[in-house]
Design a protein around this ligand. Sequence first.
Ligand SMILES: [Zn+2]
Length: 393
Amino acid sequence: MISRFDDRSRTILACVAVALVTLIPYFAEAAFVEVKDIRFWSSEQYTRVVIDLTGTVEFQKNRLSNPDRLYFDLKDSVISKEITKNIPIGDGILRGVRAAQFNKTTVRVVLDLEEISDLQTFVFDGPPRLVVDVFGKLADRRSSVQLVKRRIVIDPGHGGHDPGAVGPRGVFEKDIVLDIALKVKKILMEDPLNEVFLTREKDVFLSLEERTAFANRKNADLFVSIHANASPRREARGIETYLLNWTDDEEAMKVAARENAISLKKMRAMHREMDIVDVIKGDLIRENKRDESIKLANYIQRALVGHLCDNRRTVTDLGVKQALFYVLFGAKMPSVLVEVSFISNSEEERLLSDEGYRKEIAHGIARGMMTYLTSSPAVQKVVEYRERSPLYR
Ligand SMILES: [Zn+2]
């Protein structure tokens, strides 16, 4: 009897032990973040590297010389088997990017540097990713010929599988904002001094980090992202223009959370994280970008509201606001995000579906951009050029 009982206990113990042995690695791995993919966008002046993850990571970064390199140690992480571990770039800024399992719990990502002038890092969520911006030595050396042309990047929000906000009658934000952006481009192109680029000209998906990367690569003078607003309060209506900055305004946070495709809870957590705020402060202080963005936002908001009023529209002017929009992170130039009306409001959804209203919106935005561009110091050069240019004689 005793011996049989012992046998059974031993069997049970053995089972428990086997279960534990199988479960321990399961739990250990479950806690690990996987480094899934590494993507990059490059030009001769600027490169953005994005490291895609399955969760948020703590990381350490360090720069070493001989050869010049920057590495990130991602804690409690494993490298995916599918990842390309060696990515040659060779754009004059980065030689390439390498990733490897450094030890059991750490993945090391190394950026082999060529010639760089500046770099910054952000952490994005939903899906989690680490974004590294690297600027080359050439970045600020623009010839006077380039300076006289104004380079404008317009970013129609969403696209492809991301419809953006959807109106009560089923109108998609992505379609409305693309049409407005194309109209703004057409208006601005009437001035031969304007070079206008759209981040997308079709119904395609672009990640938020791709959009700023595009503007930085184009070395744009300004970046305007166009969106339509939405609110669970169906009566909410009006026009507002945003710039990137810390905010404690709950409504502004809600708008940013929706546009960043993260929850309001995550948005609040983001505001609590001081390091992110520091990154933004550094980003904003650089080259007076904050003051210039405020100026740009005000010109656009005023021109847009003013133009609609001139056309006898009833407009709710919600003014210029600030919040943490991913799409504006790391933009080298003055950059704003315009919410052109509320697609969630049935009356404004009807207006947005109307070609004439969209034309008025486009004219308003274009006018605001031109007021900004012709009031900035660079414009002096443009005026001189204009006087010399046969186009203006
Ligand atoms: Zn949007």
